[in-house]
Design a protein around this ligand. Structure first.
Ligand code: C2E
Ligand code: CA
Ligand code: CA
Ligand code: CA
Length: 279
């Protein structure tokens, strides 16, 4: 048994080493990606459920890796967050999303808000308010055309600090939405105090609403809660007609999901989802 334990340890150490090396490789190529601008944004439409109209777009980052192709955010955002690289990456996302929104407006498309995901680190860093103000000023984008998506976990970690930051962001005129709502823990009391505009119901609740009574009840409750608090409510991850119908029947305001449209590059987004204003 002693022998085995020892071998296990050696094996474990080797594996850990391989893991650490892999992480370091990944970190190096992520640094390289930041320096060489290997990121792109895709855009997914937000649809007003009752009318079917496009009422917004969420900007979602992808890493165009020279060898590995398109890398989804789930594979690098956690490392970017841990290493601090998210600060630079997030700044690029914010600038690029605002610039893209302005470009659409200048090309004659109607103004719709663009939603940008803010990572935990970005929110609590000292100068997020100054950064957002600067990017709005530089791009010329109207503040109400920018929505910041933050997760409830972040907000709840340091309620007082978050409250101050969110209030200042609101004073700039941008919109704020709570992303992945239901997966963390929120206190109703804080939800009432926080200057948010929108709740986004997490995909994990939406995917089973047609078959799972509990999920259906939760989604209904969140929609009611949002409306009582005067918030808009968006369901994410809508993939099927029966989900769409359930959400419509229960008064959900907006939806996002593959059923309506997947995230697409900026060039395709305008052609597919935006209609030029009539002369
Ligand atoms: P999220 O903010 O919850 O974004 C929604 C994710 O669900 C996106 O995945 C989107 O492509 C996907 N999705 C949308 N509709 C459906 C659907 O009907 N079915 C399914 N199965 N999935 C759907 P994506 O683009 O891979 O992004 C994953 C996560 O990475 C995002 O989750 C967000 O937390 C993070 N992320 C993406 N872009 C950024 C960014 O620019 N900055 C930061 N900090 N995080 C980002
Ligand atoms: Ca989001
Ligand atoms: Ca989400
Ligand atoms: Ca999610």
């Amino acid at each position: 048994a002693k022998e085995l334990g020892r071998n296990n340890f050696v094996y474990f150490a080797a594996e850990m080493n391989a893991h650490a090396t892999q992480r370091l490789d990944m970190l190096n190529s992520l640094r390289h990606a930041v320096a060489n601008n290997e990121f792109v944004l895709q855009f997914q439409p937000k649809i007003h459920l009752a009318t079917g109209k496009v009422v917004g777009a969420e900007a979602l980052i992808r890493w165009r890796h020279p060898l590995r192709g398109m890398v989804p955010p789930g594979s690098f955002i956690p490392l970017a967050e841990e290493s601090g690289l998210i600060i630079e990456i997030g700044e690029w996302v914010l600038r690029t999303a605002c610039a893209q929104n302005m470009a659409w407006q200048r090309a004659g498309f109607p103004a719709i808000p663009i939603s940008v995901n803010l990572s935990p680190r970005q929110l609590v860093r000292g100068d997020i308010v100054a950064l957002v103000a600067e990017v709005l000023h530089e791009s010329g984008l109207a503040p109400h055309c920018l929505e910041l998506e933050i997760t409830e976990t972040v907000v709840m970690r340091d309620v007082d600090k978050s409250l101050v930051i969110l209030k200042k962001l609101k004073e700039l005129g941008v919109k704020i939405s709570i992303d992945d709502f239901g997966t963390g823990y929120s206190s109703l009391n804080y939800l009432k105090r926080f200057p948010v505009d929108t709740l986004k119901i997490d995909r994990s609740f939406v995917s089973d609403i047609a078959d799972d009574q509990d999920d259906a009840a939760i989604v209904k409750a969140v929609i009611s809660l949002a409306h009582i608090l005067n918030l808009r409510v968006v369901a994410e991850g809508v993939e099927a007609e029966e989900q769409r119908r359930f959400l419509l029947e229960n008064g959900c305001d907006e939806v996002q999901g593959y059923y309506f449209g997947r995230p697409v590059p900026s060039e395709s987004f305008a052609g597919k989802w935006l209609q030029a204003k009539e002369e």
